[in-house]
Design a protein around this ligand. Structure first.
Ligand code: CA
Length: 428
């Protein structure tokens, strides 16, 4: 390790001296505060509380050092990164945020795949044609998909987040329900600093530590970021070449197969067993063709041997999509069907494709969190569901809904709606 023992111990001494000074200051203020409190001053107790919080955080930073050290972080890097940092209250507020209603997929797609984003994507495709071609040759990932992810994550590098990644992650590591995540990401972030790819000040991102134009969290950066422009640094903040190549590398490593589509919007035959939908057993595109599926826009399917799943993100009345393993690779970025479809659809639109043809059931009312929990509890009572009662609708809940629908003689599309909750309420 380049740091000499002498230098390290000086750093260490300076660091813990700061801690001692702070502790002494808190002690003095506690005495002053007690006196002020007796005099009935509330602002003094507020100052006191603030100082106590600061001291507790300084203690956390000191306690976390052995963990960082074991991970190979040098003391100097640790001290420079965490010096003078306090917990970020905005991070804690965002952490506790639990929206009452989830956004319907049609609203999400409308907002995320806007006319403006499509137009900007087409302009970027022209401007970065050579780079995208080079990235596609190297990693085998469709350039339009890379563009679409770039557009979805940061509006093509337009908004990459302004929060200090180290401060955000230190806050998450310090307290709240994402402490484990915060700690592992903080270590990974410190490794990036130690490697010299970016400065502490330049390491900006989201409240949850997603960084730069690709919005990689530090562990993803560590595993997948690449230096594509060859300047020796993996700069996903300022280098478009590094950012786009890093995204392509990530998808390639997560199973993207060259020359295959992400999927298609499809038209289903008149009578169809909806139990075949969802991320259950994959079947070849050829098999799906034999069931009577046809592409909604393209003339014919290709990659007939590719394994694929049928998704009905808004139930049997809404649009249907046949998706390949490449779609699952996109989900590595963000494990949400709405996100994956937004990326795939935006990529198609950048390539000149038209809007989704199926009709979204826009009048469907989404369930509130309380109603979603009620749904899970009712499904459990009927023996269809064994997951947690948190109101999160994922594959487990959807599979339970599908089983229930089948038993009740309803189209088994797994779509969570008002209708299905009302149906369950009538069952005793
Ligand atoms: Ca670079």
């Amino acid at each position: 390790m380049p740091d000499s023992g002498g230098k390290e111990s000086i750093m260490s001494a300076r660091f813990s001296r700061r801690g001692r000074i702070l502790a002494a200051a808190v002690l003095v203020l506690m005495v002053a505060g007690a006196a002020a409190a007796q005099a009935g001053t509330s602002s003094a107790s507020a100052i006191l509380a603030k100082l106590a919080r600061r001291a507790a955080f300084a203690q956390f930073v000191e306690d976390f050092w052995p963990v960082a050290k074991r991970a190979g972080i040098r003391r100097g890097v640790y001290v420079r990164a965490l010096r003078g940092i306090s917990p970020d209250p905005r991070v804690l507020r965002l952490l506790d945020r639990q929206p009452e209603f989830s956004t319907p997929i049609w609203t999400y797609l409308e907002k995320r795949v806007s006319a403006q984003r499509i137009a900007a994507g087409r302009a970027r495709a022209r401007r970065h044609a050579r780079l995208l071609g080079a990235v596609e040759r190297r990693y085998g990932v469709n350039g339009r998909i890379v563009l679409a992810i770039w557009g979805m994550e940061t509006s093509y590098g337009g908004y990459t987040g302004k929060m200090s990644v180290i401060r955000s992650l230190a806050t998450l590591a310090y307290r709240g329900r994402k402490r484990k995540y915060g700690r592992s990401q903080l270590i990974a972030a410190l490794k990036i600093l130690q490697h010299g790819d970016i400065s502490v000040a330049g390491m900006k991102g989201s409240w949850a530590g997603a960084m730069g134009q690709t919005q990689f969290i530090p562990t993803t950066y560590g595993a997948y970021a690449v230096d594509f422009d060859g300047d020796g640094r993996r700069d996903i903040w300022k280098s478009t070449a590094d950012a786009l190549a890093s995204t392509a590398n990530y998808l390639a490593k997560r199973g993207w197969k060259a020359g295959r589509p992400w999927g298609w919007e499809v038209i289903l035959p008149r009578s169809f067993d909806f139990r075949l939908s969802g991320f259950g057993r994959a079947r070849s595109v050829r098999w799906w063709m034999k069931q009577g599926l046809r592409p909604a826009a393209a003339k014919r399917f290709h990659a007939l041997d590719a394994q694929a799943w049928l998704l009905l993100p808004a139930g049997h009345k809404g649009p249907a999509f046949l998706v390949t393993r490449n779609f699952r690779a996109i989900l590595a970025y963000n494990n949400s069907i709405a996100y994956g479809l937004a990326v795939g659809h935006l990529a198609d639109r950048i390539g000149g494709g038209g809007p989704i043809r199926g009709k979204w059931p826009v009048r469907t009312r989404m369930l509130s969190r309380a109603e979603r929990i009620e749904l899970q509890k009712r499904l459990a009572r009927q023996g269809f569901y064994r997951g947690a009662f948190r109101g999160h609708i994922g594959p487990v809940t959807r599979a339970a809904v599908r089983r229930y629908q089948h038993t009740a003689g309803l189209p088994a599309d797994g779509f969570v709606s008002r209708e299905i909750l009302n149906h369950l309420r009538k069952r005793r």
